[in-house]
Write a protein that binds this ligand. Sequence first.
Ligand code: ADP
Ligand code: TRP
Length: 323
Amino acid sequence: MARILTGIQSSGRQHLGNILGAILPAIELANEPSNDAYLFIADLHSLTTVKDATARRENLLTTAAAWLACGLDVNKVVFYAQSDLPECTELTWYLNCFTPFPMLANAHSFKDKAAKLADVNAGLFDYPVLMASDILLYDADIVPVGKDQKQHLEMTRDIAKALNHQTGQPVLVVPEPRIDSSVMTIPGIDGKKMSKSYGNVIDIFLPEKQLKNQVMSINTDSKTLDEVKDPDSCTVVQLYALLATADDLAEMQANYRSGGYGYGHAKKALLDLLLSRFADERKRFDHFMANPEAVHAALKVGADRARPVAKATLARVREALGY
Ligand code: ADP
Ligand code: TRP
């Protein structure tokens, strides 16, 4: 049984791009019976950028609620908040002392910001080591990540090997990255990649009226109702295609090509599809947001399962280092 582990940034409300591009595939992978899956919310990493306590609590709650609402089963997946296991920060210190300074100075995540060094805190510089600690603490075999995280995984492997080499013992499991380059990019309402930072999201957890406003504001060209339209270049169709049956999609495409079918009609069809496809998820999300204690209880189940593993790794490391 392979232990699969990955971290989730707690960057706030999860949009359709996060759900289709990250949450649902991760839950599917975690549910494979041959996998022993660990999924955690990286809320210690968030302190490198988010300093406000209220925002942090809110982000943890909405992120965890979205994952739970999308069907994450805490009996199958070890699901926890990084900050509930302070063993991670202790291991980070030991790993820091096996991490060459130039390795961190070379990290893309740091180099991107190095032009304005005054804005860089030591936590941001050390981000890859905290990430290595997340992975090594739980003896992860496989770490599914996006391309942008590949370098961090290489560092994790180097740090683990350096500690193992120094102590002469296989104290830490050296993990393998799993980079999925086939993940599709979900377009936002302006046709560019959907992202929180572009303000172009579709948030399926919004109340119906607000969700409708988002869908109705998807950019289209200005063809009139009667004109023939191109389904292939239309964001509404692209979004519809992600969720519709083949027959429903073909019908919409035919309607575009025949004319007499307006963008308003297509948007209404997309809205109805979102509401029906995600009806259960929306209900569960509302339930969790109204009952934050249920979310915290779910995270505690995961933390209680993760803790013995973390403690065992830390004990091995401390022993091997002479503490
Ligand atoms: P955002 O761009 O909104 O800040 P993140 O960078 O926090 O989103 O991404 C969290 C996860 O969601 C990552 O695994 C990322 O690959 C996935 N993701 C984000 N936006 C999209 C998108 N538009 N299409 C597909 N996957 C996405
Ligand atoms: N750095 C990752 C990201 O930005 C999140 C993360 C933190 C992570 N710790 C991890 C991912 C451990 C995989 C394993 O997406």
